[in-house]
Design a protein around this ligand. Structure first.
Ligand code: NG6
Ligand code: CA
Length: 514
């Protein structure tokens, strides 16, 4: 009798033990989901077909958008790359840091003691990685690409970093893995100069006969793989990347990182290089969009997103992974090369009908695709609440159960996970160090000197002699300036703007910052 009871008791208690243990595992793992930020480069609001604006098809990004939350008022923190990435990783507005401007071979612009997304996650038990475009500077002074390059992503909290240092159009055209140039032969050291060419080295300007892609403005320095770049480089032949294989290469690194870390909680910053110039999709994507290399590069990026998704699925971790998809700034067609982006655009609208584009203070500069996805956790939905990439750090902090709040970021975890809450009521917009202000449906752009339109890229920059005031609800493409009609609103907006920007003097002329 005693024996039978004992026998029954043991399996029963074992079941209870299993139940409690399993439950706590589930809780633990959903408290610490893997976090993947997929970050494209210069992808516009209208470039993702789920936004129903353009004609290009992006089925894999659409899946995330349609089965997750698609934000229609999601912003990057700047209309260019380095400042946007700065704000994303630190949760601090880029205009607070004078160094947070487009980088060309410069040093690291994030202080190594700064709290960043990877650092916070690492401190909370995560494995952390970046694969793709960095563009936040490297080193403290002049970079020597032949020895260990530091500080960089590893010193900001990334356990693993496989990066392109700046952009695809800048030298040196090499990958850097954890501070070391990949495949570098020490007998052929790399030299880099952004002012002066090295003796007898061909350039885009002097040797048009060597070019497979022609430059339109800028981009007439060293030639690598038939493409003229910004800056000059010599040596490092074995380390030079293959442009058409870049997407596959980053994807492979991403996949193996996921496979190697699937049993741990990890943060992956997958920073794709598309569709930034030079647009060099793999030949298997040639002609797929009918829009030339820009469209084909987006089709390629979309395919990469699908492959990443499949990997998470195959490895059995898709239901424990929060994915945030966005872009670092708005779209541009001609950003310095003749590549048919303008000629073959057809009816597609990269900006989705918003005014401006990359470099612009108008909406298309910073309003970008913004999606959160977590299989069987996030319910499909659309949100028109205002959310910015500067909020991701504070929101992620909350999601993993910490109380950290960055200087400018809000905890919008409720919005990201459950489509709950009001989002931001106000936001400072930034484009090449100029700033504007959004409050509710209203946008105020102060006067700035400088050209109204950049002729090179053919984009309205948002500069003018007068204040501009728009109501986005009635006028999403910012055609009607209400600053004269609605003086009271304008004044209120200027006051709010000054409060955040720290401009003390109420004399409005002080706002002409350029
Ligand atoms: C500009 C480049 C542009 C692009 C941009 C950075 C010229 C004339 N233009 O200076 O082609 O590289 O910098 O783009 O050189 S970003 O998306 O990384 O901010
Ligand atoms: Ca960019």
């Amino acid at each position: 009798m005693v024996n039978i009871r004992l026998n029954l008791f043991i399996p029963f208690s074992f079941l209870i033990y299993l139940f409690i243990n399993c439950k706590s595992n589930i809780l633990e793992s959903s408290n610490k989901p893997n976090i993947v930020i997929i970050y494209t480069d210069d992808l516009g609001y209208g470039d993702v077909s789920a936004y129903k604006k353009g004609t290009l098809k992006t089925p894999n990004i659409d899946k995330l958008a349609n089965e997750g939350i698609r934000f229609t008022n999601g912003y990057s923190s700047s209309a260019t790359c380095s400042p946007s990435r700065y704000a994303l990783l630190t949760g601090i507005y880029p205009w607070r840091n004078a160094e947070a401007k487009i980088i060309t071979g410069g040093s690291l612009i994030i202080d190594t003691s700064q709290v960043t997304i990877p650092r916070l996650l690492k401190q909370n038990g995560y494995q952390t990685a970046i694969v793709g475009k960095w563009h936040l500077g490297l080193g403290l002074n002049e970079i020597d690409y032949n020895s260990k390059i530091s500080p960089g992503p590893n010193e900001l909290g990334f356990n693993y970093a496989y990066i392109m240092p700046d952009t695809q159009d800048r030298v040196p055209t090499v990958y850097v893995e954890n501070g070391k140039v990949v495949n570098l032969d020490p007998r052929d050291p790399i030299e880099v100069d952004f002012k002066t060419n090295f003796q007898e080295q061909p350039t885009g300007k002097a040797n048009p006969e060597l070019l497979e892609m022609k430059w339109h403005h800028g981009h007439n320095g060293s030639i690598v793989n038939g493409i003229p770049r910004i800056g000059f480089m010599k040596g490092g032949e074995t380390a030079k990347w293959s442009d058409v294989d870049m997407a596959d290469h980053f994807l492979e690194k991403t996949k193996s990182y996921i496979k190697n870390n699937k049993d741990k909680s990890f943060f992956l910053f997958y920073a794709l290089q598309q569709p930034h110039v030079p647009r060099t999709p793999h030949p298997r994507f040639k002609g797929k969009s009918g829009m030339g290399p820009r469209g084909d590069a987006i089709v390629e990026a979309d395919w990469c997103v699908g492959e990443l998704y499949k990997t998470l699925e195959t490895e059995g971790i898709i239901e424990n992974t929060l994915i945030i998809f966005s872009s670092d700034n708005g779209p541009v067609l001609n950003d310095g090369y003749y590549d048919d982006a303008v000629e073959k655009i057809g009816n597609h609208t990269p900006s989705g009908g918003l005014r401006g584009g990359k470099y612009s203070l108008f909406e298309a500069g910073t309003r970008v695709p913004f999606i959160s996805y977590w299989k069987n956790r996030i319910k499909p939905g659309i949100s028109d609440k205002i959310i910015s990439q500067v909020d991701i750090l504070s929101s992620v902090a909350k999601i993993i159960g910490t109380e950290y709040k960055s200087q400018d970021g809000k905890d919008l975890s409720g919005l990201i996970l459950d489509n709950l809450g009001t989002g931001r009521n106000e936001l400072i917009l930034e484009a090449t160090s100029r700033t504007a202000y959004r409050h509710g449906d209203w946008v105020m752009i102060p006067p700035y000197n400088g050209k109204e339109i950049s002729k090179n890229v053919n984009i309205e920059l948002g500069n003018s002699k007068n204040y501009k005031l728009y109501n986005l609800k009635d006028d999403p493409s910012q055609k009607i300036n209400l600053s004269n009609k609605n003086l009271q609103k304008l004044e209120q907006m200027i006051d709010n703007f000054k409060r955040i920007r720290g401009v003390k003097n109420t004399n409005t002329k002080d706002l002409i910052l350029e």
